[in-house]
Design a protein around this ligand. Structure first.
Ligand SMILES: Cc1ncc(COP(=O)(O)O)c(C=O)c1O
Length: 904
């Protein structure tokens, strides 16, 4: 029976605890009604719900109190029915808008107005009032707010009243329906409600004990903390202080200030206006309006308005499949209410500004051909030929091509290896600093322009973005950061994950470095350095915050394929990079940008502003739940292992010591602490499943077992693992299906093994060994080095990738060499230099780039991997390498281009 000492850690979050407690109530009430249960059980549950429901408008505390009265009056039948109603209403979400919900004896407080009962789905939210009202005043406020409602209001809300700052924070943390907060000046801080049953979920708030700050400052303080937790929620302040007496920060942190004497109607309309502003989707709306207008098309695009489709006798099915609206919205027009992506001045400009607000950037640019392109845009915009870029070698191939395009000299950084899984982790900070110091020693630091890292990596390893930026800026205060957040667009909508996003950290550091406190901290830091020790804090007089992030909106948020955004937080953008950015953007942007993709990004932005907090938390929860299911199910754990945080991140990078999100004995772990302290964290929505024990390699498991047999689609594999991802569209149902499929596969494997004869069994054991023995895993080769012809400067990292790339354009400068012949030549001390990129999938990054010296490790890796797809390598021809002549070398008996090599 849940009481104050209930093991609440068995629930991932308070929302789950809440729905579980309501479910328990339903069962306990039903037992009671059937003469079996114990009233004390129901009483305990209702006591917990009275605490929990303080933070929700529906069903809220009034309902719980009525249920308590029913219990007291032994009205068990009504109690059971009422609990059932509430549970049904909560799980369906019907209380938000469905007129049928009105039949409920516990109808939501926002009784729908007459014509709204017709409406299928109203947009519902909750407004939090932080005010020391007594019960009668609270009731009066609710009645007066209800009177403010107009039947034409596009949205509907219920008020919730809490009386302390701490309760307000708990409400914001738990209740994703809250979209607006009205804070009364001078609130008390401390609450007792968040102790007891909710204590496991309020750690983030308990850590912020601010009770000594003085009651008068609590309103503005709450606004500041809210900005951190839930920046998308509108904040309003009710005070008596005249505007002239308010601090700038107070004016900045609230959307609007109200005075006690002001009309409640005005407040109501302002709340509605705030919601409307987030709801607006300028480009999507413009496109919808455009598609409704009668239009004669005397321009390109026969498909526009479906003209070439619906009149056709042969492609009707195409039209039917996509529906008429898609074609009505297809146009090449940039006028008539629409806009041009190349020079936006209307709805597209506005849509990008709204995205900048939502994603916390100074500027946001949309792109319609993926992060493959936005990466190239940013690199080309910021880097000139000969500039040096520190770049993780296992980054997406678009960056390597970006180096070729821009003429930058890449200094390839090494991620720590995870040999057991044939994977890489991410680049340790000390390695980045070492490279910078080497470049400084070689008098090249002034040419260093950019640090380019992937966050999160495909496998879900997440950098400590703040630590990396701070300690890199300490050595190179004007470096530009490009964070490839292709997989990380959703992270900005969880307060835990947001701490490790480029835009959040950029804004935070820019603020921090301008404060007198930081200047003092820096001075003390420099003074405290021992001889030979390098600074770890940047010089506040020199540091510039220049941060770019590219996000594949389509990968993790609502957007059609290829929707990508560039977010910029650059103090020097206007002064130094706006023109070059514009040129690079023009270079890569189509003059016929796809409007459907652009509209979907506009709508995707609206969605995350309203629902991001809820949906991302759900995606995280489902990711953690899947891990737990696989780790705890006897049948599943016989065949599969979850690759844990401890497996993905070596001890020295996990200062918190936390090695897993969930432990059977301890429940959900302190994820907040790991995310705040550790050098690397693991994205909880990425679940790496180790398949080694099945004897099936990752690729076969993906294609044969998951896709062909069960229609489950995944993307990434390694030699002995597959990667599952949860996202804002994942449901508990889809998770249940995946679990069912894994159980089915487990059964199939049992059957397979039972049928093994001796020889089969021996082969099977050998296969398992090949996949699981760390010594038998082909070791991922590090970047060797650039050949001396392409080295920027001997002894200094970095090389001229672009020259090598273009040198290979003439066929006579290149030959092909088979892998075994290459090994022989290397044995004869012959230097082989790659003329092309060689990219095996998996792992999906180049093991060779043009100009790179080939070594035995690389050849052995290529010989050992059994993948079918290797871009830039044709097995029948071999590796493409430069001839001696191309490299300006003397010919010898084993000259390349002479004896062994075979011309194409
Ligand atoms: C790290 C990284 N960056 C960029 C990209 C390219 O993104 P897009 O598919 O949006 O072109 C990918 C694609 O998988 C990726 O993994």
């Amino acid at each position: 029976m849940p009481t104050d000492t209930a093991p609440t850690r068995s629930h991932f979050n308070a929302a789950r605890l809440r729905s579980h407690t309501w479910d328990q109530l339903k069962l306990a009430a039903s037992s009671l009604n059937e003469g079996r249960g114990d009233p004390a059980d129901v009483e305990g549950l209702l006591k917990d719900l009275l605490t929990i429901e303080l933070y929700w408008a529906y069903p809220g505390r009034t309902t719980v109190k009525r249920l308590q009265q029913m219990l007291k009056g032994r009205e068990y039948h009504t109690l059971t029915q009422s609990a059932n109603h509430v549970v049904r209403n909560l799980s369906s979400g019907a209380f938000r808008s469905d007129p049928v919900a009105l039949a409920d004896p516990f109808a939501p407080p926002h009784v729908l107005l007459e014509n709204e009962q017709e409406a299928k789905q109203l947009n519902y939210f909750e407004t939090l009032f932080v005010d020391e009202l007594n019960e009668a005043e609270e009731q009066a406020l609710k009645v007066r707010l209800h009177q403010c409602r107009d039947r034409n209001d596009p949205f509907i809300y219920d008020p919730i009243v809490v009386r302390t700052v701490q309760d307000a924070l708990v409400a914001l943390l738990f209740n994703h329906n809250i979209q607006a907060v009205v804070v009364r000046y001078g609130m008390p801080y401390k609450s007792d409600h968040h102790k007891g049953i909710l204590r496991e979920f309020t750690r983030a708030i308990d850590d912020l004990d601010l009770s000594d700050r003085g009651q008068a400052n609590m309103g503005p303080l709450l606004a500041r903390i809210m900005k951190w937790f839930r920046p998308e929620v509108d904040r309003y302040y009710v005070t008596d202080t005249p505007v002239t007496g308010l601090k700038d920060s107070t004016l900045k942190n609230f959307r609007r200030i109200f005075y006690r004497t002001e009309d409640l109607n005005e407040l109501h309309m302002t709340i509605m206006r705030g919601i409307q502003e987030k709801y607006d989707t300028p480009f999507f709306t413009a496109l919808k309006e455009y598609s409704k207008r009668p239009m004669g098309v005397f321009h390109a695009m026969p498909i526009s308005r479906g003209n070439s489709v619906f009149k056709s006798r042969w492609i009707q099915d195409f039209g039917e499949f996509y529906g008429r609206n898609l074609f009505l919205a297809e146009t090449s027009a940039t006028t008539g209410g629409l806009d041009s992506l190349l020079q936006p001045t209307g709805p597209l400009k506005k849509a990008q500004e709204l995205a900048a607000r939502a994603f916390g950037s100074q500027y946001t640019f949309f792109a319609t051909n993926g992060t493959s392109t936005t990466n190239k845009i940013v690199v080309q915009a910021l880097v000139e030929p000969g500039d040096i870029v520190l770049i993780d070698r296992d980054c997406h191939k678009s960056h390597h091509y970006g180096m070729v395009l821009s003429g930058a000299y890449p200094v390839y950084l090494h991620s720590y290896p995870l040999p057991k899984y044939s994977m890489y982790g991410a680049v340790p900070l000390e390695h980045i600093r070492e490279q910078l110091l080497l470049l400084r020693k070689g008098a090249k630091l002034d040419r260093v322009k950019m640090l380019l890292l992937t966050n999160a990596t495909f496998d879900g390893v997440v950098y400590n973005v703040e630590r990396v930026m701070e300690q890199t800026l300490a050595l190179k205060p004007d470096i530009v950061f490009l964070w490839d957040e292709a997989w990380w667009a959703f992270a900005g909508f969880s307060y835990i994950l947001r701490q490790r996003t480029a835009m959040h950290v950029a804004a935070k550091l820019a603020r921090k470095y301008r404060t007198p406190e930081y200047k003092a901290e820096y001075a003390a830091h420099i003074k405290g350095l021992k001889k030979g020790e390098e600074p770890r804090l940047p010089d506040p007089e020199k540091v510039r915050i220049r941060v770019y992030a590219t996000q594949s909106t389509h990968k993790t948020l609502t957007s059609f394929r290829q929707g990508s955004m560039i977010h910029i937080w650059d103090e020097d953008f206007k002064k130094k990079s706006e023109s070059s950015f514009h040129e690079a953007y023009m270079t890569h942007t189509s003059t016929s940008a796809n409007y459907q993709i652009l509209a979907s990004m506009d709508v995707g932005r609206r969605q995350v502003e309203f629902e991001g907090y809820e949906l991302v938390e759900k995606a995280i929860e489902l990711g953690l739940l899947l891990r737990r299911t696989i780790r705890e199910n006897e049948r599943l754990k016989k065949w599969f292992d979850i690759i844990t945080i401890g497996d993905l991140i070596p001890d020295q990078y996990r200062q918190s010591g936390i090695d897993g999100y969930y432990r059977k004995d301890k429940g959900w772990n302190d994820i907040e602490r790991a995310w705040a302290e550790d050098d690397f964290a693991v994205d909880p929505t990425k679940i790496n499943l180790y398949t080694g024990k099945t004897g099936i390699d990752g690729d076969t498991f993906k294609n044969v077992y998951l896709m062909d047999k069960h229609g489950i689609q995944i993307n990434k594999t390694s030699r002995n693992s597959v990667l599952f991802m949860t996202n804002i569209g994942t449901t508990r149902g889809s998770l249940a299906y995946l679990t069912k499929v894994l159980l089915q596969i487990a059964d199939e494997l049992e059957e397979r093994n039972a049928g093994f004869e001796h020889a089969d069994k021996r082969m099977h054991v050998a296969r398992i060994r090949a996949l699981t023995d760390p010594l038998l895993q082909p070791s991922l080769p590090d970047f060797s080095r650039f050949h001396s012809s392409f080295q920027g400067q001997p002894g200094v990292p970095g090389g001229d990738l672009r020259s090598a790339y273009f040198l290979s354009y003439k066929e006579e400068r290149c030959v092909h060499i088979k892998l075994h012949d290459a090994l022989t030549m290397l044995g004869m001390k012959h230097e082989l230099v790659s003329a092309s990129f060689v990219i095996p999938y998996p792992p999906g990054f180049p093991v060779l780039v043009p100009g790179q010296v080939i070594n035995e490790e690389i050849i052995n890796f290529l010989l050992a991997i059994d993948v079918k797809e290797i871009h830039g390598y044709r097995p029948e021809l071999g590796l493409r390498v430069f001839t001696d002549a191309a490299l300006g070398r003397q010919r010898t008996g084993t000259a390349i281009g002479g004896m062994k090599a075979r011309k194409k």
